[in-house]
Design a protein around this ligand. Structure first.
Ligand code: THU
Length: 129
């Protein structure tokens, strides 16, 4: 079931622009609407101006009119266990509930799955009422 998400993250990783770190990352998000949104990291010679694969994937999702995340898959390069950075945990939590599964993959497939709420406990949330 999560295999399509893994394949999308893998394909996105191949598009990464990571000349600074040489560390390509792919992320794929399944929206509650069932569609898959993928993205890669895009770096910049002014280092802090680059951004993560998760951020690219979220951007595609939002621009498609979806704002609810059902499932996430992230894959880094080589044998690195690539979990979302702190900023991306917050970005994912903006659009995903605590029980959203976040799959971490390596080239052979998904190796571990976390709950988003376990990756970002006690997250900051604005009162939107
Ligand atoms: N990176 C991501 O795209 N997602 C993650 O989950 C962790 C790190 C990127 C940022 C930077 O372009 C490169 O990996 C090395 O840190």
């Amino acid at each position: 079931m999560s295999h399509d998400l893994f394949e999308a993250a893998l394909a996105a990783r191949a598009k990464a622009y990571a000349p600074a770190s040489n560390f390509s990352v792919g992320a794929a998000i399944r929206g509650r609407n069932g569609k898959i949104y993928a993205g890669c990291n895009i770096e910049n010679a002014a280092y802090p101006e680059g951004w993560c694969a998760e951020t690219s994937a979220i951007s595609h999702m939002v621009m498609d009119g979806e704002q609810s995340i059902a499932e996430v898959c992230v894959i880094g390069t080589g044998d690195v266990f690539c979990t979302p950075c702190g900023g991306c945990r917050q970005r994912l939590a903006e659009f995903g509930a605590a029980d959203v599964p976040v799959h971490i993959a390596k080239d052979g497939g998904i190796v571990e799955t976390f709950r988003l709420g376990d990756l970002l406990p006690a997250s900051f949330e604005l009162d939107r009422s």
